[in-house]
Design a protein around this ligand. Structure first.
Ligand SMILES: [Zn+2]
Length: 414
């Protein structure tokens, strides 16, 4: 079995290739926008002329009339063919694959938009030159000895060099490469095709993880997930967000978004987001690999449950994204290394249940972020009213999650 592992590398283009990369980004955006315009036109045509449309294709004998059946939805092949017919001279200095990949990706974006199972997917939009992230894709480029060889069109007259990148490649087999420019830095993403990892030896140990705002608790202790670097990063993000909000309105009118100063501030915010994501990822990689190495079965809770508890955290959204990263990384690592991940049901009362006798607190007995007023308990303690069991709140939750390993029947919806 092979699987796809994507790695991102920093690219170090020379002056010549910087210009080339920028041109390629521009060309990709241009293709995308043109394709989207055509695509939208085709949808409009479908509404007005529900059956057929005609288009005129020049050929050797003059002009050929071609009937398009509009009952077939617009698709990337149709749009690509139309674009190839309309190609202008200057476009030939770029590889034809650039155009094709842009249209293919647009097709995927439309598919995702129509896919009901993927919530929150907007319809594909036009791409602006002002976006801090630009990029293009290549399915023809080669990698050799730490150098990226982009394919060059025969019509291209300028200089063309290989581009250095730092880092080890995982495999000689890979899919479509993505080259992106973010804040004047260039990156290369490579989806490697690698053979499945061998399962880790079994340890015979199990664990459960309770996710909290600043720390993750598990059976053998605590993993702190809010180091100073991250707190600093959150503060900076909040600062830039406020700054952008102020710049957005000029004299009470919403029009600041077009200014250069706005674009600059947005670039700074973007850079900080990136830094923050890197710190989080690094932290989560280390923690999840430790869990997968040490334990055969790992229980975690449905993380949307924790969203409610985030109300007092700084940079909520940004911090929450770490929970998602945690689950994602843990899920795929468990699969690779032959370990079992158990996800507790959303309704499983891991916070309210007594790990000793199974009693579940309800109504005004419930434990909250402030503890419980009725019984005068503190926010970080769990006191059972039935059996007088006492424990740290988070450790109690860990025990309840752990109980699901021996009592999977508890994990049915309550
Ligand atoms: Zn109890």
């Amino acid at each position: 079995m092979t699987r796809i592992v994507t790695r991102t590398y920093r690219l170090y283009p020379d002056k010549t290739m910087k210009i080339v990369l920028d041109q390629l980004c521009d060309y990709r955006r241009c293709c995308w926008n043109q394709a989207l315009e055509l695509w939208n036109d085709l949808y409009d045509d479908r509404r007005i002329l529900p059956f057929y449309a005609y288009r005129f294709v020049p050929n050797k004998n003059g002009i050929k009339e071609e009937k398009i059946n509009l009952k077939t939805m617009p698709n990337w092949r149709l749009v690509r063919n139309m674009m190839v017919e309309q190609k202008q001279d200057w476009q030939y200095q770029y590889s034809a694959h650039l155009l094709q990949l842009a249209v293919q990706d647009l097709g995927k974006a439309w598919q995702a938009f129509f896919d009901k199972s993927q919530a929150r997917q907007g319809n594909p939009g036009f791409k602006s030159k002002k976006l801090p992230k630009q990029g293009f894709k290549s399915d023809q480029a080669k990698l050799k000895d730490g150098l990226l060889y982009l394919e060059k069109s025969r019509e291209y007259k300028g200089e063309w060099h290989p581009i250095k990148f730092k880092g080890r490649i995982l495999s000689d087999k890979f899919g479509v490469l993505s080259i992106t420019r973010k804040n004047d830095k260039y990156y290369l993403s490579i989806p490697f095709k690698v053979e499945d990892a061998k399962p880790w030896p079994k340890s015979g140990k199990y664990t459960a993880v309770d996710v909290n705002v600043g720390h993750f608790n598990y059976t053998e202790g605590k993993q702190l997930v809010l180091p100073k670097s991250l707190t600093k990063s959150y503060k900076k993000i909040a600062f830039y967000q406020r700054m952008l909000a102020k710049k957005r309105t000029v004299n009470g009118l919403i029009k600041g978004t077009q200014s250069n100063r706005y674009a600059k501030a947005r670039a700074k915010l973007q850079r900080e987001y990136e830094k923050c994501a890197n710190i989080q990822k690094d932290l989560m990689h280390k923690f999840t690999i430790k869990l997968v190495k040490d334990y055969d079965k790992i229980v975690i809770e449905e993380l949307s449950v924790k969203d409610m508890l985030m109300s007092h955290a700084a940079s909520k959204g940004v911090h929450r994204s770490m929970f998602g990263t945690f689950r994602q990384l843990l899920a795929y690592k468990c699969e690779w290394y032959g370990k079992e991940l158990i996800v507790a049901n959303k309704l499983y009362p891991s916070t309210q249940r007594c790990a000793n006798c199974g009693f579940v607190k309800k109504g005004d007995e419930k434990i909250t972020l402030q503890g419980n007023q009725k019984h005068g308990t503190k926010h970080n303690e769990y006191v059972c009213y039935k059996c007088r069991y006492k424990n740290d709140r988070d450790q109690n939750a860990v025990k309840n999650l752990y109980a699901l390993i021996e009592h999977p029947e508890l994990n049915k919806a309550a």
